[in-house]
Design a protein around this ligand. Structure first.
Ligand code: FAD
Ligand code: NAI
Length: 472
């Protein structure tokens, strides 16, 4: 059996793993990165962040052409959809970015092994290579970055044709007449938006009494209102208890619904059902538990604040460990773990990791929300500013939403920022920077913002913390 030795072996080439591999190589280590997918980039690049954002952008252009342009005096008639071309563009974006990561591996001399890696000892990863054969990689340090996978729903078996996960929903070959989305979180709202814009009648079934749990309650409520206006139907406090195929050749699915707290059942038919009730850590076939790595009750690998598992020389980062399952969180941990392995002071500030739902308008958030501050008994002030009063929002005809800044009543330190609005995902970066520097609302309020821009709404919200917004 072939054998090769490295300083660092990374299992998983997602945003956590490939970034860790590149940073370790930059720091002079001999690095290998193993992934069973043909293209590096993990879930995020292959079947997650990137293809979903490509479809979100394309479908928004379709929506604008159909409904948004006439108000600007641009008449294009009734647009037609070439779904195959839309999907081909999305696939090319993914392929080009995968090639980009491969190029970065070559540039940084990271050895890329395509195959499934199994920990066969604390310093040993055995790779069943995709094109046949096996190789044993040894290293003083192994980083597990195997990410996450779809959480299944009992009674609703995914076939990736009629009952799909996000992966199937990113590649449907025709627009379903109707789609039921199970779960009103990140994936359900983003991919539900895509297919609603392309013509499907979309219903979101959510177990809780609200959508996007974890985000600020007021922001979630307003987002639901706007999405409802766009045509998405919401069924809150409802659970799906079963599914069966109906019609010839499985033309559709009949779902059984029940109130979340139990009660009378009803059925709902849909052409396609999307299961998006969360993701779970991906540790199947990894061999981590077999070599003694301890996992928590939800199956995530337990690590300390330096990403060390309980097994010496074995680290873990990204979706497979605690914290939000977000690509930028995985990337930050990838950089930090590589620096720690190289004897430097790698660090991640978990208090300033933004979260963005890329619907239209976008919902972006960082820091604590009102519910969390209330629960913690923190005395805070609120500054809010609506895009309706923002001149650029008016000029662009994008007036839905608001910026909300939560600041400590005594110190004025920014504790959380919550934005529902156009380009909120870009605007949140300013708030993250302010919080990273322990900034106050006053700091943002005194910062000059170009006019006319959407980001002026952030400044106005900062002024509003002290009741002195100019345009409200
Ligand atoms: P992953 O990206 O999951 O990568 C892990 C890799 O490890 C995979 O390629 C897998 O094949 C490989 N692997 C697993 N086990 C083995 C093994 N034994 N041997 C070899 N290889 C193995 N996050 C955002 O921040 N923004 C977004 O817009 C966003 N959109 C998303 C949209 C969708 C539809 C989905 C599903 C997710 C989205 N996410 C988004 C979440 C994001 O994709 C994840 O948080 C991120 O990919 C986690 O990175 P990771 O490196 O931990 O793991
Ligand atoms: P999620 O955790 O965001 O949302 C799942 C939703 O399903 C929750 O609202 C939950 O209450 C609900 N739910 C759970 N069980 C249910 C049931 N039985 N019936 C009905 N509803 C139920 O998970 P999602 O959307 O699957 O996404 C997984 C993760 O991927 C996200 O949490 C996020 O970390 C990441 N992601 C990030 C994106 C981004 O950053 N823009 C986009 C897509 C995914």
């Amino acid at each position: 059996m072939d054998q090769e030795s490295f300083d660092v072996v990374v299992i998983g080439a997602g945003p956590g793993g490939y970034v860790a591999a590149i940073r370790a190589a930059q720091l002079g280590q001999k690095v290998a990165c193993v992934d069973k997918r043909p293209g590096p980039g993990g879930t995020c690049l292959n079947v997650g962040c990137i293809p979903s954002k490509a479809l979100l952008h394309s479908s928004e252009l379709f929506e604008q052409a159909a409904h948004g342009l006439a108000a600007h005096g641009v008449n294009v008639g009734s647009p037609t959809l070439d779904l195959a071309a839309m999907m081909a563009r999305k696939d090319k974006v993914v392929a080009d970015l995968c090639a980009g990561v491969e190029g970065l591996f070559r540039k940084n001399k990271v050895a890329h092994f395509r195959g499934a890696g199994t920990l066969t000892g604390k310093n040993e990863v055995t790779v069943a290579l995709d094109d046949g054969g096996t190789i044993v990689l040894t290293a003083a340090n192994v980083v597990i970055a195997t990410g996450s996978d779809v959480t299944p729903l009992p009674g609703v078996k995914i076939d990736e044709a009629r009952i799909v996960s996000s992966t199937g929903a990113l590649s449907l070959d025709q627009v379903p007449q109707s789609m039921v989305v199970i779960g009103g979180g990140y994936i359900g709202l983003e991919l539900g938006s895509v297919w609603r814009r392309l013509g499907a009648k979309v219903t979101v079934v959510e177990f809780l009494d609200r959508i996007v749990p974890g985000m600020d309650g007021e922001l979630a409520k307003q987002l639901q209102r706007v999405l409802t206006r766009q045509g998405i139907n919401f069924r809150l406090n409802t659970k799906v208890t079963g599914a069966k195929f109906i019609g010839r050749g499985k033309k559709g699915v009949r779902l059984t619904l029940e109130p979340a707290t139990g009660g009378d059942t009803e059925t709902v038919d849909a052409n396609v059902v999307l299961v998006s009730i969360g993701r779970r850590p991906h540790t199947e076939g990894l061999g981590a538990v077999a070599i003694g790595v301890v996992v928590n009750e939800s199956g995530r690998l337990l690590v300390d604040d330096q990403f060390r598992t309980n097994v010496e020389g074995v680290y873990a980062i990204g979706d497979v460990v605690r914290g939000p399952m977000l690509a930028h969180k995985a990337e930050d941990e990838g950089i930090a773990v590589a620096e720690i392995i190289a004897g430097k002071a790698g660090h991640v500030n978990y208090g300033t990791i933004p979260g963005v739902v890329y619907t239209w308008p976008e919902a972006a958030t960082v820091g604590q929300n009102e519910e969390e501050l209330k629960a913690a008994g923190v005395d805070y002030k609120v500054g809010k500013f609506a895009f309706l009063a923002n001149s650029r929002g008016r000029a662009n005809a994008t007036t839905d939403g608001f910026v909300k800044i939560l600041a400590d009543s005594q110190t004025d330190r920014v504790l959380g920022v919550h934005i529902l609005g156009p380009d909120a995902g870009e605007m949140i970066a300013e708030a993250v920077t302010a919080m990273e520097f322990a900034g106050s609302a006053e700091d943002i309020a005194r910062t000059c913002h170009a006019h006319p821009t959407l980001s002026e709404a952030l400044r106005e919200a900062a002024l509003a913390v002290d009741g002195r917004a100019i345009h409200a």
